[in-house]
Design a protein around this ligand. Structure first.
Ligand code: NAD
Length: 267
């Protein structure tokens, strides 16, 4: 029996087999969950559909999270297909390429709004829309990054968005924890992983290679690491955990000083 046997999960944010949401989907399927997928637009359908079908999923629905009508429609279809769900996974973010290079202060009003809409508000909107179909003791999860807490080169407006997303996690956890359903809301702060979203950030190659040299575990994070942590957070094992920012980053964020020296103690 898997950790998620009998659970139904709705997953937003698979773009391809490098996506963090795909790592989460695979881990949840391995632990017995029934999965439903949503993708961002027609162009992505041909990538997402075969992936979803490979895990036995027949629920594969479009949803542009900037559109309220799409969000309502996907929740309606989920209700018809599943009745209720136990898990909502939000692994969605976007900022314009121009806003992920150079200095933060050059961000335009429109660029700022777009990043906040897709990367922050969408989690609150999906959580709100999903609440009526969530089973008691259900769990919601979103994805964040250390750029919310520290100024990381070129992460810029996305760091501001992630700070707001992490605040949203706490407010949603407070809102939903006190309902009769006692829904938990958490986030995973993952170390850098080469995905489509990360390819848009200037200098991401260097960021990822330096991370492997300096993280406590001296390695990069992969989508399986994140998927396994997601299973824990959405399972009964984490029944007492909510409002949490859970770091899956090989200890990077806890190191006192980034260090890439080789070998034993220095003299
Ligand atoms: P990804 O490109 O595979 O996933 C991003 C997803 O957002 C895509 O599926 C894309 O279709 C979706 N999306 C964008 N705009 C959308 C819209 N309007 N409507 C619906 N969906 C939309 O990249 P990823 O790295 O797997 O990103 C997933 C999440 O993980 C993001 O929140 C990202 O910020 C976060 N994250 C990534 C890393 C990393 O290093 N890759 C680290 C920490 C956190």
């Amino acid at each position: 029996m898997g950790l998620l046997t009998g659970k139904k999960a709705l997953i937003f944010g698979v773009a391809n087999d490098h996506s963090i949401a795909w790592g989460i989907a695979q881990a949840m399927a391995r632990e017995g969950a029934t999965l439903g997928f949503s993708y961002a637009g027609e162009k992505l359908e041909r990538r997402v559909r075969p992936l979803a079908e490979s895990l036995g999923s027949t629920f594969i629905e479009p949803c542009d999270v900037t559109k309220d009508e799409d969000i309502l429609a996907v929740m309606d279809r989920a209700k018809s297909a599943f009745g209720n769900i136990d898990i909502l996974v939000h692994s969605v973010a976007f900022a314009g390429r121009d806003d992920l290079t150079g200095d933060y202060h050059t961000v335009s009003r429109d660029g700022f709004k777009l990043a906040m809409d897709i990367s922050v508000y969408s989690f609150t909107a999906l959580a709100h829309a999903a609440l009526p179909i969530m089973n008691p003791d259900g769990s919601m999860l979103t994805m964040t990054y250390l750029g919310s807490q520290r100024a990381i080169n070129h992460y810029n407006v996305m760091g501001v968005a992630k700070a707001a997303l992490e605040a949203s996690v706490r407010y949603l956890a407070a809102d939903f924890g006190k309902t009769e359903k006692h829904i938990r809301v958490n986030s995973i702060s993952a170390g850098p992983i080469r995905t489509l979203a990360v390819a848009g950030i200037a200098g991401s190659r260097t960021l990822i290679s330096e991370f492997a040299k300096t993280s406590m575990l001296r390695r990069n994070i992969n989508i399986d690491d994140v998927g396994n942590a997601a299973v824990y957070l959405c399972s009964h094992l984490a029944a007492g955990v909510t409002g949490e920012i859970h770091y899956v980053d090989a200890g990077f964020s806890h190191a006192g000083m980034a260090s890439n020296e080789e070998g034993g103690a220095g003299g």
